[in-house]
Design a protein around this ligand. Structure first.
Ligand code: ZN
Length: 274
């Protein structure tokens, strides 16, 4: 799942039992459901071929997420036309006794956070921007997600939302599979931002986190030294330390005027001055 751009693990788009467009309404809420069964994305697709119902997303017990109706279209899930037009519907698979698995709970909550961020709905709040199906119709749906598992679900959704809004793309809580693993491009950006230390320390930390140091470092170098007028940032950093470029705002103004990347050079200066 690409949380930032809302690209699901799999797209299995229905060709029936939804309505094109949003009838002029804006998305202002998320409505959550449970399967009353342990379905896969493909299973939902098959059920909704015959039943006049649908939802935008299905979250499986494994945490795998599928998109079945595009967000820009109206899915038939809330038993209420107004609510359908103005919401995103998320279905969750459940195990025996209606319980939602940890992986499903976490992925569903993450999806809620990602949708709230993407559509500017604000921090996830129960019955403010995240609603249970039975808020709109007489139904037992969304089962445990409205009672025993509601708080855990909403806490996770808020935690994910806060992390996404802070720009951290990795959670502090454990999640399933390799979803925490970032691209070397993302990690290189973090290195440049100073999140991975310097020198041997950087190498140890990247390696123990499972990243290929050489690949990441190559991207970092590309970022820092990629487009430079004349001398390398490293060489300019040495001149800065030698006092050739002044201090503070004066240094920044002179380096910038000369076409150099002040932040990149200053970060090298800081590392060399340790
Ligand atoms: Zn429902």
């Amino acid at each position: 799942m690409d949380w930032k751009n809302l690209n699901a693990d799999v797209n299995k788009i229905l060709n029936t039992h939804y309505t094109s467009g949003r009838s002029g309404r804006k998305i202002n809420k998320i409505i959550i459901h449970y399967n009353a069964g342990d379905l896969t994305v493909e299973g939902c697709y098959s059920v909704w071929q015959n039943r006049p119902a649908s939802a935008h997303y299905q979250v499986e017990s494994s945490g795998r997420i599928g998109q079945l109706v595009w967000d820009s279209d109206t899915a038939w899930h809330a038993s209420n036309w107004e609510a359908n037009c103005s919401s995103i519907g998320i279905e969750h698979a459940n195990k025996e006794g209606g319980y939602i698995s940890e992986a499903c709970l976490d992925a569903g909550a993450h999806l809620v956070a990602a949708l709230c961020k993407y559509y500017g709905l604000g921090r996830p709040q129960w019955k403010v921007n995240v609603f249970p199906h039975n808020h709109f119709a007489a139904t037992s749906c969304p089962g445990r997600l409205q009672d025993e598992q509601r708080d855990a679900y909403m806490q996770k959704a808020q935690q994910w939302y806060d992390q996404m809004m802070n720009g951290a793309e990795s959670p502090s809580t454990p999640s399933t599979g390799n979803s925490n693993k970032k691209s070397s491009e993302e990690v290189a950006r973090e290195v440049v931002a100073g999140k991975w230390g310097n020198g041997a320390d950087r190498k140890n930390r990247l390696t123990s986190a499972g990243y290929n140091y050489d690949v990441v470092q190559a991207k970092v170098d590309e970022k820092l030294y990629g487009s430079k007028p004349g001398k390398s940032n490293e060489a300019i950093a040495k001149e800065v330390i030698a006092g050739n470029w002044g201090n503070g705002a004066d240094r920044k103004a002179r380096l910038t005027a000369a076409g150099y990347n002040y932040d990149a050079i200053q970060s090298i200066v800081n590392s060399l001055c340790k």
